[in-house]
Design a protein around this ligand. Sequence first.
Ligand code: ADP
Ligand code: MG
Length: 318
Amino acid sequence: MGEFELIERYFKRPVTRNALGIGDDCALLSPAPGMQLAVSCDMLVEGNHFLSTVDPCKLGHKALAVNLSDLAACGARPLAFTLALAMPVADEAWLAPFSRGLFALADEHRCELVGGDTTRGPLNICITVFGEVPQGQALLRSGARAGEDIYVSGTLGDARLALEVFRGTLSVPAEVFEAARSRMEQPTPRVALGQALLGIASSAIDVSDGLLGDLGHILQQSQVGARVDTDIAAGLMGAPAGSLAADLRLEYVLAGGDDYELLFTAPPARRDAVKAAALAAGTPVTRIGQIEAEPGLRLMSGAGRLIDRRFASFDHFA
Ligand code: ADP
Ligand code: MG
């Protein structure tokens, strides 16, 4: 199977929302009038972002999910994506399930594959997504103000739990592992929530490197500080209490990584609006702390005790 046959067989489908898809030198996108194009790119490298043993169907899902998560964090509606793929051999037993997992999530979000590049090399998947958001309304990292609430969607820490089980540093009951593993291998991008928060949230980011590290980006770009309630945060893990030690639980929730939840801020006057947005999107959100004028990040137990512990977030070059 040659390069073009491969593209034809596994990646070419008629586009319906865009002017032109796969097969020409460029794809042509048509964002609606009054909309800004939101663009993001994420690369997945074998051994680094995923285990070589992962089910290719789940990998197809995840490669797009992590990109859709960035659109969600801006409140953008997905439009299209491109796929740059390097692989050692044209293995149909890998390509078929990979494209199935990829298109299943793409269809769910009406996000069309409009182009890409295919080459021989170590397995590497790079997707660029394009979305649209009303002019000037995208959720940014720089909009948090002192006195605002901090929220996070869904659950945190389970992907890291699964990774540690794979690494052999942790052992948990089989059903706990399976639930965590699906969070790691098939994260749910919070696309509907991001759009529902337009005009309500003052800042947002998606949690990919760990809650505290990603909150740090909001704090830095908004030039504010924050306090986070660690008791509330510790309750955000999907894995049942008792399935792992309390200190590990807190570490995975605060600095686990690979969560793809939305972390955002909103004024206290908008609490009802945040609740309504979460309900409309079908995604639970939890208020975990508050933005403060004083720079820095303070971890407090529910009883108001300051927690003096450091958590390192994920850094490829650290
Ligand atoms: P070019 O010569 O411009 O680099 P290619 O020969 O690489 O174009 O690709 C031919 C067409 O197939 C282009 O429209 C390109 O966008 C598309 N394409 C290539 N690889 C992929 C892929 N993995 N997924 C989707 N479209 C692809
Ligand atoms: Mg090319």
